[in-house]
Design a protein around this ligand. Sequence first.
Ligand SMILES: Cc1cc2nc3c(=O)[nH]c(=O)nc-3n(C[C@H](O)[C@H](O)[C@H](O)COP(=O)(O)OP(=O)(O)OC[C@H]3O[C@@H](n4cnc5c(N)ncnc54)[C@H](O)[C@@H]3O)c2cc1C
Length: 402
Amino acid sequence: MNVAVIGGGFSGILAAYLLEKKGINVTVYEKEEYIGGHCKTIVNKDFYIELGTILSFTKGIKELLIELNVDYSERFIYRNFVDENYHPAEHMLRDDVVILVSELSRLKTILEKYSPYLDEINFGDIPEDLMIPFNKFLEKHDLRFISQIIVPHLSSFGFGCIDNINSYYVFKVFNVNTLYSFISGEKLLFINKGTSELIKKLSQKISDIRYSLQVTNVEVVEDKVKVETPYSLDFFDKVLITTKLPRGVIKDKLYNNLMKKIDTNPFIACAYEVSNPDLVTTYYKSHLGLTGKIQFFYASKQNNKIILVAYAYGLIEKDIIDGITNDIKKLGININHLITVKQWYIFPHLKSTNLTRSFYKDISERQKVSNICLIGSLVSKPSIDNLYLSVKNSIDEIIRNK
Ligand SMILES: Cc1cc2nc3c(=O)[nH]c(=O)nc-3n(C[C@H](O)[C@H](O)[C@H](O)COP(=O)(O)OP(=O)(O)OC[C@H]3O[C@@H](n4cnc5c(N)ncnc54)[C@H](O)[C@@H]3O)c2cc1C
């Protein structure tokens, strides 16, 4: 069997690594001249900057890091919030935290009946009651305080405004245990030399990675799949797609339908060298979910340099970058200089209005019989720990059905 993987991000490189380990020949197509996708570390002689993925929320990925001999550490992260006047603000008032904890245990009971759908690694059947926007779900169940802990996290995941997000996505991405872990502030897992180190180690086991080759056509021809780029044409037994492809690239109605409906919000990362020591991850409370506004920043100290990376919704424009710089300065932070800016398109997801209850179920049924498969963040929660489990699952299934 020969397999093509489209997209050289974490999902694609991991899928290729797992297949090669089983002795299957894999060709990875990546449209950029570098691999890693949303895992992107800038490496300088005395510091590195994580522009995309920073940390892992659970320890699920640990076994992969150990297998590949990738250095990691587990650390607490401390968070601050500032209000519209740039003054320190409580994330939640103490009395509200008590109500929140009781809301969380009520939520646990409410969600129990959906656990078969919510506990699955991949997206699947959507329960009717979770087809509504998240803010409507909270109103319906009188769960006002939960939004206060979850909104900063939705914002850092790139969901944007909570009115547009389907409740199903929120509970797939943040299950009740994850919500509890936000309050208890558990340790998170960091890759010491950056996520690019993980990508590098995975890629060392893959023999055929093709760079700067954007796939423009995927089409079943008899029992093979044709994969075309502007400069090449090859046939494979199986093709695994890890990324949103423009309409019409996959010659298949169901898959195209999915691509057409996926939304990815534009998100900007700006990295600065600053001179204030001991900066803590800080959220701008009054900006959360707003386009063109800084959402939060985190800082790290490396070899006497302090690097601050700030995130905002929107497309890179001078006004937005100036706004981010000013919002950072208003907290009394001394910016030495801007190091880089990067445009992202974050978290592929479908708006509530585009979803049908069986949307993902239909896709997963098709995957069982088709030689074109969607894997990774197209069909599951896109955090690297979950992607690890989800991609591993998909590859095990492919090998079983070989
Ligand atoms: C700013 C930011 C911060 C994040 N922080 C975290 C975090 O701290 N922890 C966490 O767990 N997750 C985090 N995430 C999410 C996580 O990074 C992503 O979900 C994950 O890296 C997605 O990997 P992927 O391989 O599924 O997709 P991608 O990384 O999007 O990879 C898809 C690849 O496909 C390529 N491609 C696209 N079209 C074509 C084509 N036509 N032909 C060939 N190749 C193509 C792309 O160039 C890309 O390399 C963050 C994301 C961003 C943007």
